[in-house]
Design a protein around this ligand. Structure first.
Ligand code: CP
Ligand code: NVA
Length: 330
């Protein structure tokens, strides 16, 4: 039976079956081929989308804007400072208004319940561009990148090092469970994902051949890993005061040459970006001055090394987001 997700929202990968996720990945690869060949694919001419950002973004915003325009759609960008949303107008009212004007809505912000309410009240597909809990469009790009490397990704081991309870790590655990991969969360006990989500993923894993492992041992995390993944230690929306305790707690989980050497020789490094791999950012320099760290979650040699694939992931954000919008709006 063919996969049909027209009219659906894309809020968390928990809502999608393995077949639907694989369909989106195949569609993404096809859009990548069309884009690279310069073939017109403005299949959604006449449609309009709006992008709501309550947190900052480079990749997600640009991916939605470029993908929307490539598909022939009109694209409107709103941030919380330049709209009434949340300040003078309730979310439900905003959603109802936007649903009357737009065919689809992207939202990046804080609570997962906001993106769920937008979908409930707008009546049009809503795409989660990152919340405190999940970052589902990122996962499609990460898995597409892994498939480009390995082909079949079933049975591959992906280890996330560091703040394994953040939005990106949560979504990686879900996608690995859905696609029959071995997911390992590697970090201190306090940074492990919520037990409820782990249980949900373990239930899914039983049906796909995936496994979910939580460990505080870097050796165990890196051993036999095919994909070593990390993300920044303090996420958007978290208190800046967390930098100091996080640096102390997560420094042992930095992905560096020694950690890469413990994994399979064919392993790749992935990162959703942005990244603190050198001192060329305001925060990177501040952390160097305060704590003497040249790099945080990943060292520069790994980030710039031959096993690193983060810029392929960044490009793949656009192709995968295009697939999600096309499949839900066509
Ligand atoms: N990976 C990612 O979501 O990047 P941005 O924060 O730049 O959108
Ligand atoms: N965990 C990070 C991901 C950024 C794409 C954050 O939420 O800031």
């Amino acid at each position: 039976m063919g996969v049909n997700i027209r009219g659906r929202s894309f809020l968390t990968l928990l809502d999608y079956t393995p077949e639907e996720i694989n369909y989106l990945l195949d569609l993404s690869a096809e859009f990548k081929r069309l884009k690279r060949a310069g073939v017109d694919h403005s299949y959604l001419k006449g449609k309009q989308i709006v992008l709501l950002f309550e947190k900052t973004s480079t990749r997600t915003r640009c991916a939605f804007e470029v993908a929307g325009r490539d598909l022939g759609m009109g694209v409107t960008f709103l941030d919380s400072k330049s709209s009434q949303m949340g300040n003078k107008e309730s979310l439900a009212d905003t959603a109802k208004v936007l649903g009357r004007m737009f065919d689809g809505i992207e939202y990046r912000g804080y609570k997962q319940s906001v993106v769920e309410d937008l979908a409930k009240y707008s009546g049009v597909p809503v795409w989660n561009g990152l919340t405190d809990d999940f970052h589902p469009t990122q996962m499609l790009a990460d898995i597409l990148t892994a498939k480009e490397e390995f082909g079949d990704i079933r049975g591959r081991k992906l280890t996330f090092f560091g703040d394994a309870r953040n939005n990106v790590a949560n979504s990686l655990m879900v996608v690995c469970a859905k696609l029959g991969m071995h997911y390992c969360a590697c970090g201190p006990k306090e940074n492990m994902p919520k037990a409820e989500l782990v249980e949900k993923c373990r239930e899914i894993a039983k049906t796909t051949g995936a496994t979910i492992t939580l460990t505080d041992s870097v050796e165990e995390g890196a051993k036999d890993a095919d994909i070593l993944y990390t993300d920044i230690w303090v996420s958007m929306g978290e208190d800046k005061a967390l930098w100091e305790p996080r640096i102390k707690a997560l420094k042992p989980y930095q992905v560096n040459k020694e950690v890469m050497a413990m994994a399979k020789p064919t392993a790749i490094f992935e990162h959703c970006l942005p990244s603190f791999h050198d001192r060329n950012t305001t925060i990177g320099e501040e952390m160097y001055e305060k704590y003497g760290l040249e790099a945080m979650e990943v060292t520069d040699d790994v980030f710039l090394g031959t096993q690193a694939r983060e810029f392929d992931e960044a490009e793949n954000r656009m192709h995968t987001i295009k697939a999600v919008m096309y499949a839900t709006l066509k």
